[in-house]
Every structure is written in C-alpha cells, then in structure tokens.
Design a protein around this ligand. Sequence first.
Ligand SMILES: Cc1cc2nc3c(=O)[nH]c(=O)nc-3n(C[C@H](O)[C@H](O)[C@H](O)COP(=O)(O)O)c2cc1C
Length: 397
Amino acid sequence: METIRSAAKAATGGGTSAPTGPRDGPPDTPRGGPLATPVCALFGLRQPIFAFSHSIPVAAAVSRCGGLGTYGATRRTPQEIRDELALLRRLAGDAPIGVNLVLPPGMPEDDDPDAIERELPERHKAFVRGLYDKYSVPPPKRRGMRTRFLRSNEIARGQMEAVLESDVELVACGIGMPADFVERCKRSGKRILALCGSPKHARRAIDSGADLLVAQGHDSAAHTGPIGTFSLVPQVVEAAGDVPVLAAGGVMTGRHVAAGLALGAQGAWTGSLWLATDEYAIHPLLLKKLIAAGSDDTVVTRSESGKTFRQLRSAWSDEWSAPDAPRPLAMPYQDVLVGDLLGAIDDHEIEPLMHYAVGQGVAWIRDRRPVAEVYARLVEETLAALGAVAALAGGAR
Ligand SMILES: Cc1cc2nc3c(=O)[nH]c(=O)nc-3n(C[C@H](O)[C@H](O)[C@H](O)COP(=O)(O)O)c2cc1C
C-alpha cells in the first residue's frame, strides 16, 4: 500500500498545493509514470486524466498536474475564446491544453435571436411567463447565457476560427464535427477528440477523422445518450480499433478510473468531478445542492437547451415534466424561449429553480477542495484500486 502511495505521489509531482511553477512538481519530473497508458504519449501526459471544465483555472490546474484540461467554450464569443485560450495557455505553461466546442448541424445561418423569438409558440411563452409569476422572478438584468448570442452557423464559424488561431493541442467536439474544421485542425497539429454516446457514433467519428474518442455513458452530465457507461465503454473500444478511447460518465474516484481501464479504455474523461473545486468557484447555493444530492437526484431533460441534458433535479425540471407543461422546443428555439429566464434565476438567486449540469456521480461530491488535491487523490486511488484488483485476482489462484 505504501509503495502504491509513493508511486501516486511521485506520479502527481508530489503536490496537493496550488500550482507554483510552469508545471506542478519538480521541473525535471519525467513524463509518463506508473499510470501512463499509450494515450499519454500523444500529448506528453503523466496520467491519462482528462478534464472538461467551463473554468479556465480548473482546466489549467489539471494540465499542470499532469493530465489534460479542456476548456468548454461553446457559449463564448469568438473574441472571448481568443482571450480565454491565451489566458489558459499562460496559466498552464507548456502543459498540453484543450478546448471544447458544440457544433450541432441544422442551426440558423445568422445570429438573430429576434427572428427566432417571433416564431415561438404562444403556449410556450405563456408557460415561461407563468414561471416568472409563480416563483416571483424579477426581470433579467441582462441577456442570459443562452440568449446573449444565438447558436448559428455565423457564430460557429467565428468560434472555429478562434480555435484554429490558438495553440491548443486538443480540440474536443461535443456535438458535430464539420469536415473542413477537422481537416484544418489536424493540419495545424491539433488532435481531434469526439464525444460518443453509442458505437455507431464512434464509427462515424473515426470516419470523420477523430484521433481519440470519449465513450460518454448515460451517467454523465450534459448531453447524454441512453446507454450506460458500463455497457458503452467496451462497445466503443471494440468499434474504435486502434483509436484510443477514454471512459466518461460517473468517473469520480480512482475505482472508476481503474474500472474504465479494465473495460478497455486508455484513460478517463471527467466533468462533474471538478465542480466542487476551489478553482471552479460555483455559487454557494449550488454547491450546497450538489453536496446534498445523491445519484437519483439528477434528471435528463430537454428543457435547458432543446437537447437532452443531465442536471440536478429542481423545481425547474419538475415544472417542465409536469403533465400540463408544453414539450420543450428544439435547439435553438428552447435556448431563446428560456435563456433570459435562466439568466434571471441565477442573477436573482431564485433558489428552488437554481440547478446545474451534473452527472450521477454527484453522490461523490462531499466537500470543496483544490484541483491539485482532487487530482492527486484520484491518481492515488486508481493505483490502489488496480493493486487491490491484482491482489484479489492473485488470491483466487
Ligand atoms: C457543468 C457541465 C457542463 C458541460 N458542458 C458540456 C459542453 O458544453 N460540451 C460538451 O461536449 N460536454 C459538456 N459536458 C460533459 C463533459 O464533457 C463530460 O462528458 C461529462 O461531464 C462526463 O461525465 P461526468 O460528468 O459524469 O464526469 C459538461 C459537463 C458538465 C459537468
């Protein structure tokens, strides 16, 4: 056990403290280490731990620990993406970093929320007005995160150009992989990761040029498909052939990382794990809800954006699943319908309606800690779990 502990400590650069240098740990810490799998060599990682986060400090801290932090930029303007990726690079030093975009096909050509607004059904608008009244939500102070710009081809083109100009090593495609974008990314030395919810997605992503895949099971936060992580990961591994696969959906402890490796993945892709970190700085009311929640306190709903989305159950999801509620609209109509209300709920802290994307792994969120500590614990637990499995299997002989 002590050997495993020291191996884990060495693997994370020995650190649970905040980043201090260009990369956590001694500057001459070799890349690779006891947990390194072949996917680590693609990026020069110490451990195959990948993190998705909407927080630049979280993504930077994970990269500095020896994994790969990916910044979720889907709701950011092209100029914000330029500035934020430059900041991420400054904070991460020479450690590899990534960016995530969601590029769904079939969106309107131009950024014109007013045009979409005019098409919204009266029944849906009345339902939303009813929520303002029932929960005494004051008018929004500004346009909400989902309405400050419309998901459109115009915005997507600008976002892709900003990513292409950056020096990120990894581009993670949440939904959609436009062929021209993929080709230009690869020409400029960036690797393409695709999030997949089924073996069919995996085959399509490989045909479209993905360099690595995430098998994102039903447990996970955000846009999830119906297949559970345990069933999905080995199927995607089989479909992927030589293309490396990362396991996602409920990866919250080292036992989960070890299980992903046992299922054939080369590492883990994590999201919910980083919500309760000092660097993420989530609203205290939401942190309280996350800590109180168990795995059965999350729901998959289309009420957030028009696409399936796992989040904490709240009065928001309950209202939208009531028998007399209208069915959520398709993206981007739902964005425009609810975007300003969602912004007002957060701005005015309307507690019963406040919610957040999180996976079923929320059960493991018990307190708030620095990223470096969460990372070090994850690595230590993974090595311990692998050791325990080996001992168990050895005991059977
Ligand atoms: C708050 C939050 C927001 C997310 N937003 C996105 C997103 O914009 N694009 C995307 O591809 N995935 C998004 N995800 C999903 C993650 O990429 C990842 O697949 C997922 O969190 C893995 O499951 P886990 O949450 O159980 O670790 C989000 C996850 C969280 C927790």
